[in-house]
Ligand binder design. Structure first.
Ligand code: MG
Length: 259
């Protein structure tokens, strides 16, 4: 099932996308919900980020180029970081390049959406707590990485976490490819078997640290091929089974000139 958040006729709604039609729903996607009876053509609505995350956790440098490059031993402490929920935008919204810099990096990623509260879960049971999956763009300004290794500022600017277009609940996360096209040219295209810390291990590890809650989003890392981009560039992050998350970049100065 594909869950969407969308705006139509000035109202924000939740819905289930079925081919070209969105059936509006009422309630909590992680709990009780019902169809309202209202339907919209997909082309008549504006898709928003498919959820307002409870929190966003990312993992750094998590892909190799080919299976043979996977390390025999996994890192003792994976490189995790947090992104603020204020950085979330939806499909077709502008990613804003901050004033002090001229470029940022795109990172197309599989985003896990947690559906049930979970603590200390073994790898074998992780998927029981996953609600579904969306596409994320972990936009990054490495110019703001602290020399001591802290990434927080470089990951945290407003608009730096596009999500969407839907949350797909029927997906085998081990059988998909994570893609990105910059101005129509393919830059990333890797299967999730190339993750260094695999999805189950990553989520399990986190639950031995923190209680995960419904609406928590975990960005599972970006395949090789992410690049620095400029204002006016257009990025499409895609997982075919979920959809395409397209955004364009604008410089903060250009917005100020419009104001
Ligand atoms: Mg990333």
């Amino acid at each position: 099932m594909k869950f969407a958040r969308f705006s139509a006729n000035g109202k924000i709604s939740l819905g289930v996308l079925d081919k070209g039609t969105i059936r509006e729903i009422d309630g909590d996607i992680f709990g009780e919900w019902n169809y309202t009876g209202n339907e919209f053509y997909k082309d008549q609505v504006r898709f928003l980020a498919p959820l307002k995350p409870n929190q966003i956790i990312g993992i750094g440098a998590n892909y190799v180029a080919q299976v043979e490059d996977l390390p025999e031993e996994l890192p003792d402490i994976p490189v995790f970081f947090l992104k603020p929920i204020s950085s979330v935008i939806g499909p077709d919204e502008k990613i804003v390049i901050p004033n002090e810099i001229s470029q940022v990096k795109f990172e197309s990623e599989l985003a896990v959406v947690i559906g049930k509260e979970v603590k200390n879960v073994p790898e074998s049971d992780v998927l029981d707590y996953v609600f579904g999956y969306t596409v994320g763009n972990d936009v990054t300004a490495p110019q703001f990485f602290h020399p001591n290794g802290h990434w927080t500022i470089g990951k945290s600017f407003d608009t730096f976490t596009p999500l969407g277009p839907v949350i797909e609940t029927d997906l085998d996360p081990h059988q998909i490819r994570v893609e990105a096209r910059l101005n129509g040219v393919e830059k990333q295209n890797s299967g999730t078997e190339l993750m260094i810390v695999p999805l189950r291990k990553m989520v399990s590890y986190l639950t031995y640290v923190m209680t995960l809650q419904p609406g928590d989003v975990i960005l599972t890392g970006s395949p090789l091929g992410a690049e620095m981009v400029d204002a006016e560039d257009s990025i499409e992050c895609e997982i075919k089974e979920i959809g395409t998350l397209k955004n364009t970049f604008i410089h903060e100065r250009a917005i100020e000139n419009i104001r």
